[in-house]
Design a protein around this ligand. Structure first.
Ligand code: NAD
Length: 248
């Protein structure tokens, strides 16, 4: 299967990866759902947009604890790094990610479409100015806009919010022009993101899937299933694609 996957990637004129929470699990960030998911510990209502507007302080206490104090310490793993090396070598043209953790960019990927936005930026709810999280003073919650003094919100998609542009259009376009789409660590259960692989398949893309277990794509949409942890599979795939690459 690895030989087949490597051959498809080498042959393709355009290759993209579509990543989900599973690629960051080995960086210490749990998925939301499932046995060890975040939602077994927390009620997700604090990132529901209407609730957030009504209970900003309460929401922000949890947002800071989970997405900044905890997720903020994570480092990219070998799977994120393998994708960055593939891009440098011209074997990958874009990453479409559902993740908000900035780990693809931290690993060195340049073309990253963040379908659900990012936790690394805070946006003002009133004047719409955006700030890197490192520029914001965290002593008081909710954090406020240095420009107009209004509340800031993490620039990722809360429940009840639309998918941001241009990430939405860029992701759709990328799926439609890719000849190979590599799905890594995504269950395919979060809509509308889960439609991306279907768009690629409809346009004739070869679907390679990396996951520790079969998903709703496996056996239906997936052409080549590479079972296993994202870091182990992607290291092995990179060795086949570019044997002289330094160890990750
Ligand atoms: P999901 O939680 O629905 O599914 C995670 C998938 O990863 C599962 O199919 C699981 O089998 C697989 N997986 C777990 N560990 C793996 C590993 N080591 N290697 C390979 N695969 C592994 O994730 P999803 O489909 O991305 O949907 C959850 C949504 O929640 C996403 O849309 C995302 O926005 C958000 N989310 C983001 C983060 C993050 O930014 N790191 C973390 C949690 C959730």
């Amino acid at each position: 299967m690895y030989t087949k996957a490597a051959a498809a990637i080498k042959k393709a004129g355009r290759v993209a990866a579509f990543t989900g929470a599973g690629i960051s699990v080995e960086s210490g960030i749990p998925p939301f759902r499932g046995e060890n998911g975040l939602w077994t510990q927390y009620d997700p209502v604090f990132i529901e947009i209407n609730y957030f507007h009504r209970h900003r302080l309460e929401s922000w206490r949890l947002i800071r604890e989970i997405f900044y104090d905890f997720f903020g310490k994570a480092e990219p793993n070998a799977a994120h790094k393998a994708l960055a090396v593939m891009e440098q070598k011209g074997l990958l043209h874009a990453v479409i990610t559902q993740n908000i953790d900035n780990l693809h960019q931290a690993a060195g990927s340049k073309v990253v479409h963040e379908f659900h936005g990012t936790a690394s930026i805070l946006a003002c709810l009133k004047c719409r100015a955006k700030y890197p999280v490192s520029e914001i003073v965290w002593e008081e919650l909710p954090p406020v806009c240095p420009g107009c003094g209004n509340s800031l919100k993490p620039d990722f998609v809360f429940f009840g919010e639309p998918i941001p542009e241009p990430a939405n259009s860029n992701s759709i376009r990328e799926a439609e022009i890719s000849e190979v789409l590599i799905l890594i660590g995504t269950s395919g259960e979060v809509m509308p993101a889960a439609r991306i692989p279907y768009l690629a398949k409809q346009k004739g893309a070869v679907i390679i899937e990396v996951n520790i277990e079969p998903t709703i794509y496996t056996g239906k949409l997936t052409d080549i299933f590479l079972p296993g942890k994202a870091t182990e599979v992607m290291k092995r795939l990179l060795e086949m694609l570019a044997p002289a690459s330094p160890a990750l």
